[in-house]
Design a protein around this ligand. Structure first.
Ligand code: BG6
Length: 475
């Protein structure tokens, strides 16, 4: 089995889950800093509970995270040792514009990222940069209501223009928004939105999604103008829905559920709203807040590639009576009796990755990029202090095998693979450190205790061999 020689192998992180240093370098506070660990986290992330200030009652793991802010040189050196030729990371918006609406960017923030990119380049690692990974300055939430407000487009435009200009010679791979479809499930994370009682939540989300789509198209236009070499992509939280049975009604439900995932990237890839979404909005009495020029902008500035995260598949049923569910990325799904689940209840389905690659390629005929895939598990060092994470190796191996089949046997055009949380970081869903994805262990626990020391796990050496052999040596 073989992959193209120029295949990108690496790992992925997001600013708020690894950087820490939340008050350093004149950084401002972001929505995502305000997600506490514990029971209330989901209510805040989904906009049901309004939390716009820190509260001493809670612990906020993003404040220090794994302190990548001070360890980035050591961490990138470890990525290089594994043989990465790509590193997916994101920008903390409030390092660049602490409040979001300043005239001038914060030089300290720009310098921080410039140093990271230079460090990557030193080792021949291509940075793949997500402009907004669940990230929005809290001041923009307080003053404008986050992405509820069309004004966000110009603040985002300014951020994107600043980044494209300053990093013109250092970065040519960009993603405009992380998992844009998560706006439906985590509106505070994905768009800085919390709901007021009287609000029509579906309309608020449709507005915010439209503004993000316009902002994404605008950034694509500007990015291409500033550097025609820029590759600018969209990003989807993927994973196919399987019908619970072969009843046509169950299959139809699966089609509809899949469409909920694709609808926004359909716009980013094809340049217009799909008819099924227009009809759905019509039925629900939802109006898309088109302004003059939006349609043309969307039409003319489609993305260059489609990136996605894949953790698990899901199950759909037309029968809405109460049934057994299990967890999955961000929201639960019906149990699939054919699949095992992780300790966090996420189904393990390697073939689902091959299916996703094929479905996305059939749908769009655009190059694909797997920018997240991984196994969240608790790691316990053995008596010698070493972590033998065979469970993680098995998960990654089985998924990479399916990925290679999609390329080799099905002819899918795939640019690369960046496994999620290549170094342990805090979980977005739960805020835990205990749920680890990395090849590199970080000494830090759920309470924020630990030395931040980095240790190579067994999977570190395994992934190094995988990369060196371009996916030939998986065992
Ligand atoms: C994706 C996000 O949805 O899933 C990441 O883009 C997140 O930010 C990842 O960390 C894994 O989810 P979790 O909840 O295990 O951190």
């Amino acid at each position: 089995m073989s992959l193209p020689e120029h295949f990108f192998w690496g790992g992925a992180t997001a600013a708020n889950q690894c950087e820490g240093g939340y008050r350093e370098g004149k950084r401002g506070i972001a929505n995502i800093d305000l997600l506490p660990i514990g029971e209330e986290r989901f209510a805040v992330a989904s906009g049901k509970v309004k939390k716009l200030e820190f509260d001493d009652k809670y612990f906020y793991p993003a404040q220090n995270a794994i302190d990548f802010y001070h360890h980035y040189k050591e961490d990138i050196a470890l990525f290089a040792e594994m043989g990465f030729n790509v590193y997916r990371m994101s920008i903390s918006w409030t390092r660049i514009f602490p409040n979001g609406d300043e005239e001038q960017p914060n030089e300290e923030g720009l310098l921080f990222y410039e140093n990271i990119f230079l460090e990557c380049r030193k080792y021949g690692i291509e940075p793949l940069v997500t402009i907004s990974h669940f990230d929005c300055p809290i001041e923009l939430v307080k003053k404008y209501g986050g992405w509820k407000n069309r004004k966000m487009i110009s603040f985002y435009e300014k951020l994107a223009t600043t980044l494209f200009t300053r990093f013109k010679d250092l970065v040519t791979y960009w993603i405009t928004f992380n998992e844009i479809n998560m706006i439906y499930h985590l509106p505070f994370c994905a768009a800085g939105i919390y709901f007021e009682e009287e609000e029509n939540q579906k309309q608020v989300i449709a507005n915010a999604a439209h503004y993000e789509l316009v902002a994404s198209a605008l950034a694509t236009k500007i990015g291409h103008k500033i550097n025609p070499q820029n590759n600018i992509g969209c990003m989807l939280a993927a994973g196919p829905y399987y019908p619970e049975s072969c009843r046509p009604e169950d299959y139809w439900q699966a089609v509809c559920d899949d469409r909920d995932g694709y609808s926004l990237i359909d716009v980013q890839v094809r340049g217009n709203y799909p008819n099924y979404l227009l009809k759905k909005y019509q039925r629900e009495g939802i109006h898309i807040p088109f302004a003059e020029g939006d349609k043309e902008l969307l039409q003319k500035n489609t993305v260059d590639f489609v990136s996605f995260s894949y953790y698990n598949s899901r199950v759909s049923s037309a029968d809405t009576s109460k049934k057994d569910t299990t967890e999955g990325n961000v929201f639960p799904t019906l149990v699939n009796p054919y699949l095992k689940v992780s300790d966090w209840g996420w189904p393990i389905d390697p073939l689902g990755l091959r299916i996703t690659l094929n479905v996305l390629y059939d749908r769009y005929q655009k190059p694909l990029f797997i920018v997240e895939n991984g196994f969240g598990a608790e790691d316990i060092p053995n008596e010698k202090g070493f972590i033998e994470d065979d469970y993680r190796i098995n998960y990654l191996k089985s998924h990479i095998k399916e990925m290679i089949k999609a390329v080799e046997e099905d002819g899918v055009e795939l640019w690369g693979y960046t496994s999620w949380g290549c170094i342990d970081l805090i979980s977005n869903g739960t805020g835990e450190m205990r749920k680890r994805y990395g090849f590199i262990y970080v000494d830090r626990n759920n309470k924020g205790e630990g030395s931040f020391k980095r240790l190579k796990k067994k999977s570190f050496y395994w992934y190094k061999r995988v990369i060196a052999s371009n996916g030939k040596e998986l065992d």
